[in-house]
Design a protein around this ligand. Structure first.
Ligand code: ADP
Ligand code: MG
Ligand code: MG
Length: 201
């Protein structure tokens, strides 16, 4: 089994920053009909800060990389997604402890703890049309590898389209939230897809 070190987790975060930057307009466009059209700019600001902090502070363990990244998201993103993604990364990082390397099984377990923390903080369950609809299938598929997790997250994001939102800003629209893909589920799929990018390098 491949071993995941601090460098891998740094690559995961910078790959996410690149794809969020590339896809920012699409994320914001998805956030227009069922939100306030800021999801792309929120995450771009957040992950730009993550990249800068990782370069400046050079954390030396996988856990420290993710805790630092999570802290940056919480402090730089005003929208709902900042504290939620921040909690995801921080809690995952804490679960990794101070090991210098982790295996994929340990990472899958830690990410599960992170996703659970997001559900606890935001109160969303699968089917509520949020980032959870991409994250839970991704964690479930992670034992089959990063490629499987990526496909599951993308499918989960697409499957939010026919759902009615029950959490977050989109829920204010009631039935009118039906027929639009959730922006946060879409960005969560980008985060998971970046795992495969970081692994391939
Ligand atoms: P805001 O709605 O404050 O403008 P963003 O636009 O950055 O924040 O993020 C919106 C996304 O956050 C939604 O598409 C959804 O996926 C996610 N989200 C919102 N509220 C919750 C929640 N309670 N639990 C999980 N995810 C949520
Ligand atoms: Mg928004
Ligand atoms: Mg907003």
């Amino acid at each position: 089994d491949p071993v995941l070190d601090a460098d891998f987790f740094r690559r995961w975060m910078t790959a996410t920053a690149s794809s969020v930057d590339r896809e920012a307009d699409r994320l914001t466009a998805l956030d227009s009909p069922i939100g306030d059209a800021d999801h792309g700019s929120n995450l771009r600001r957040g992950f730009t800060a993550v990249s800068a902090a990782l370069e400046k502070e050079a954390p030396e363990t996988p856990g420290a990389v993710l805790v630092l990244a999570g802290r940056q998201l919480i402090s730089t993103v005003g929208g709902a997604s900042g504290p939620l993604y921040g909690t995801l990364l921080r809690r995952t990082g804490k679960a990794l402890g101070d090991a210098a390397e982790v295996d994929e099984e340990g990472f899958a377990e830690a990410l599960r703890a992170g996703v659970d923390a997001v559900m606890q903080l935001g109160g969303a369950a699968p089917g509520d049309k949020t980032m959870i609809d991409a994250l839970v299938p991704a964690v479930d598929a992670l034992p089959d590898g990063f490629g499987a997790a990526r496909a599951a997250a993308e499918q989960g994001a697409e499957a939010t389209t026919p759902l009615q939102a029950r959490k977050g800003r989109a829920s204010y629209l009631g039935e009118r939230s039906i027929g639009h893909q959730d922006p946060g589920a879409t960005s969560a799929a980008l985060l998971i897809a970046a795992l495969a990018d970081a692994g391939a390098e």
